[in-house]
Design a protein around this ligand. Structure first.
Ligand SMILES: *Cc1c(COP(=O)(O)O)cnc(C)c1O
Length: 398
């Protein structure tokens, strides 16, 4: 294999996202090769034996590892500053595996209530059935973490900024509380993206992504990844991942590798647009509330500033007039599309109360700040002036 891009010298993120992890075959291809193979062959039985014993490096089966998947993992490790990683078939496969691999019946998980609905199902229903107890708290309140953690607590889990209200949890503070009690911290870093927040450097033990979102960023495929120290992967994740099979397909890994090449550019541009649109919405006088981590009026602006190096590509906005106003506004948009996805090149708007968070009771939604007038707006790569005009016209129609 030709020399790897990231071995030349220590490089900055934009360079690492173009060259990091690249392993060229003997053909010397420019672009990363897509290794669509289930298995691998060996010259001799002795070579197969050595490979299986781990005495000789190399791939044995694509459920375990694959050259294209490994390139994606290594490029993500370079960006995250992680010692090791495993790609997964989806973001939920990453969350479920990262939690399940390190708990057993009798253990306990503490999680912040503002999270993706499926994460809550994994913690309360799937792990609950397996005898793992959980306590769901307001993750912004450090006293609630202190009160909820008990001797059998193994994992603290949260998302920050959280879906869909963009609430922020103090990663370093929760990590300190968790570690003092012998628990590990798993952070779902989808909303911040690896460009703006490095949970491992702030004290988290494991970081998970839905690569479906900004990492692909062009609406093409599902994917996920779990990143951590080599010790954690070896102790908890390596065997779990091999034997339960949530593996990332090489085809999707290749798509995600190509996504990483443009991730820094896309996230920077989408964030510039989001900051402009957040100001436009706040100044319109027609919106009850605008929540954007890059704005000084965000309730957790101080923590956002401390742990994030950029705002977000997402905005939460509350329209006066509840569901009717939210629907009328969304329906009046001509460029921004109605969709429950996010992080895409296309700007997307979601009404959480009737879609992503419809399974929660109205009381639970109220507790999370998900009113009937709340909308989540994911800014894409369109011209910001066009998006601004689209929004102004739709506001006028409400
Ligand atoms: C989308 C999402 C997930 C799940 O990812 P999939 O790739 O759809 O399985 C998990 N966490 C957050 C915060 C998400 O936005």
């Amino acid at each position: 294999m030709a020399k790897q891009g990231d071995e030349r010298r220590k490089v900055r993120p934009a360079t690492a996202m173009v060259h990091g992890g690249t392993a060229r075959s003997g053909f010397g291809e420019t672009s990363e090769a897509m290794f669509l193979t289930q298995g691998f062959v060996y010259e001799t039985s002795e070579a197969a034996e050595a490979r299986f014993k781990g005495e000789e490096p190399g791939f044995v089966y694509s459920r375990y590892s694959n050259p294209t998947t490994r390139m994606f993992e290594e490029r993500m490790m370079a960006l995250e500053g992680a010692e090791d990683a495993r790609g997964t078939a989806s973001g939920m496969a990453a969350v479920a595996a990262a939690l399940q691999c390190q708990v057993k019946a009798g253990d306990h998980i503490v999680a912040s209530r503002a999270m993706f609905g499926s994460c809550r199902y994994v913690i309360e229903t799937v792990l609950g059935r397996a005898g793992v107890a959980s306590t769901i708290i307001d993750g912004r309140n450090l006293d609630e973490w202190r009160a909820a953690i008990r001797p059998e607590t193994k994992v603290c889990f949260f998302e920050t900024p959280a879906n869909p209200t963009l609430e922020i949890v103090d990663i370093a503070a929760v990590a300190e509380i968790a570690h003092a009690a012998g628990a590990r911290v798993v952070v779902d870093n989808v909303f911040a993206t690896p460009m703006f927040q490095k949970p491992l450097q702030l004290g988290a033990d494991v970081v998970v992504y839905s690569a479906t979102k900004h990492i692909d960023g062009q609406g093409r495929c599902l994917g996920g990844i779990v990143l951590s120290s080599k010790d954690w992967i070896d102790e908890f994740f390596h065997d779990y991942h091999r034997h339960t099979g949530p593996s990332l397909s090489p085809f999707n890994a290749w798509t995600l590798l190509k996504g990483l090449e443009t991730l820094p550019l896309r996230v920077a541009q989408q964030t510039r647009t989001a900051a402009r649109i957040a100001d436009l919405l706040a100044e319109s006088g027609k919106v009850a509330k605008v929540l954007y981590p890059g704005r000084a009026d965000h309730p957790d602006a101080a923590i956002a500033k401390k742990q994030m190096t950029g705002g977000s590509t997402l905005i939460a906005l509350e329209l006066k007039g509840g569901k009717e106003a939210a629907f009328r506004f969304s329906n009046a948009l001509q460029i921004i599309l109605i969709s429950n996805n996010l992080g895409d090149a296309k700007s997307l708007i979601t009404h959480p109360a009737t879609t992503t968070h419809k399974n929660l009771s109205p009381e639970a939604r109220a507790e999370l700040g998900i009113g009937d007038g709340l909308l989540r707006l994911s800014l894409g790569l369109e011209d910001a002036d066009d998006l601004g005009e689209d929004i102004e016209a739709a506001l006028a129609a409400v």
